[in-house]
Write a protein that binds this ligand. Structure first.
Ligand SMILES: Nc1ncnc2c1ncn2[C@@H]1O[C@H](COP(=O)(O)OP(=O)(O)OP(=O)(O)O)[C@@H](O)[C@H]1O
Length: 253
């Protein structure tokens, strides 16, 4: 099976309105895919459906057998008066062998933070801890819902670079929702522009130039794309990061 998750004709009705309508979506092993779209366009709903928390009203969703998912939420509310180290936080749901924990912290780019209090972490460090927690699941697919909200641009760019390194080191695929269009798009193998349905998809550059994308987001991200351009000068032998269809643009309006 080449895909990790595939939806066909996926529709989701919530509170009486059709939030997702006839969505065909595929993510393959080792790909970095970013979903962009205006507020309320169904991005989180698509992630929640893939995670299994929302039932499709119509259509189908297939997952590769034994698929392991890691999830990084946008934020997590912790009682700041509760003393809790990073190490303890990571071990809340199950006992983690110290070597595994240290490896996950290193992968997340925070090798020395195990003894730190959760309440004392910066926003960027906190998101790295959530990333470490997701990495501990040994995911085939890492799912992130606006994981860099609240980080400044260099912080967000550093977070995305780390994600690419995690992908290179482990071969996991990455699916994320983001509003940091200018920073994140170039870090992606493929971008999907969602507005209840898939408006267009393709490589970051192709989507940035697609008329439907421009109609939704305007022209303003063009120059900023250069801020963080993903240069691919190596092969990923662990999976199919390179998608031969990546330059295809589908425009459904
Ligand atoms: N449980 C629910 N019941 C009813 N309506 C819902 C529910 N969850 C989401 N919605 C509605 O579905 C639509 C899509 O929401 P969703 O959170 O998926 O959008 P989004 O693209 O992630 O938005 P944002 O960019 O603002 O985070 C919105 O109109 C929202 O109000």
């Amino acid at each position: 099976m080449t895909f990790l998750v595939e939806t066909r004709g996926l529709s989701v009705r919530l509170g009486g309105s059709m939030v997702l309508d006839d969505v065909d979506f595929t993510i393959r092993r080792g790909e970095i895919v970013t979903i962009v779209g205006p507020n309320g366009s169904g991005k989180s709903t698509l992630l929640r459906t893939i995670l299994g928390g929302v039932r499709p009203s119509r259509g189908r969703i297939d997952r590769a057998p034994g698929l392991r998912l890691g999830y990084v939420p946008q934020r997590l509310a912790l009682d700041p008066t509760l003393p809790m180290t990073v190490t303890r936080f990571l071990g809340l749901t199950r006992r983690i062998p110290p070597r595994e924990r240290d490896a996950a912290l290193t992968r997340a780019g925070i090798p020395d933070l195990g003894g730190q209090q959760m309440a004392d972490l910066s926003g960027g460090q906190f998101q790295r801890v959530l990333l470490a927690r997701a990495i501990l699941e040994n995911p085939d697919l890492l799912i992130l819902d606006e994981a860099t909200a609240g980080l400044d641009q260099p912080g967000a760019a550093a977070f995305y670079r780390r994600l690419e390194e995690v992908r290179s080191e482990t071969g996991c695929a990455v699916l994320m929702v983001s509003h940091d269009l200018h920073v994140v798009m170039s870090a992606s193998d493929r971008v999907i522009c969602l507005n209840g349905h898939v408006c267009c998809e393709g490589t970051p550059q192709v989507v940035a130039e697609a008329p439907v994308y421009r109609a939704l987001f305007g022209e303003g991200t063009q120059g900023a794309l250069a801020l963080y351009r993903h240069r691919h000068d190596h092969r990923h032998d662990h999976g199919g990061a390179a998608d031969p269809d990546a330059t295809r643009v589908r425009e459904a309006g």
